[in-house]
Write a protein that binds this ligand. Sequence first.
Ligand code: ZN
Length: 260
Amino acid sequence: MNAERVPVLMYHRVGEMHNHWEEKYCVSPQRFAEHMHALVQANWQAVSIEDFMAWRQGQHALPEKSFLISFDDGFRGVHEHAWPVLRQYRWPAVMFLVSHLIGQEDVWSKNENPGGRTYPLLNEAEITEMTQGGFSFHGHSRRHWDLTSLNEAELADETAGCKAELERLGIPCRYFAYPYGRFGEREAAAVMSAGFEAAFSVQPGFNRPGGDAFRIRRLDIFGTDTAAMLLRKISLGSNDGRFMTWAGYYFKQLQGRLGL
Ligand SMILES: [Zn+2]
């Protein structure tokens, strides 16, 4: 049976946390392993971005409980801590890279977390290695600037420039994730005219075949999410995985089934 709706999980860094701000963007290695284990136990199955895209276009069937794992920014901690777990389950994943900062650090985080640290981003050799082991790499701008704050020339550089930079490294770059999830009509149009085929937002919810290719929905997974919270988020298609939200959702479904 073909899946009617497919959730996309969004992770950022996997590693150790050093201050409270990072909790939203960093999952500890142990917690990441717990998340993946819980998904396996609950019969979820990670699919590749290629299969997900073909499913969106109605060209490929996916089983129920299929989902896509995405990582934004390109942190080296994903290579170190998440990739070994994913390999164990033979699960593919997609990562969105900041093309101008490959092999450097997430300097843009300083704006939001001025007292915090910066962390290393993947280098070319690590990207090549992961490509051979189930990862697909796509674009997340050149410098991780907020696209909505840019003039036309800068916007073109952050989108088309990102694609060109990644393609020069031999990365076939077809999809984009908006930095900070910030975009409107103008930014979506720029991503499209840069030659990207689809773009990922941070708007929560499930994806269904035929939806807007430049507004793909994703669920935000936080460092504070327990495995139980993650399972509620992925079954609800919501960033709100609190127990009462989940219980209310299933109660309503039950009422509907009983015709109450
Ligand atoms: Zn980002």
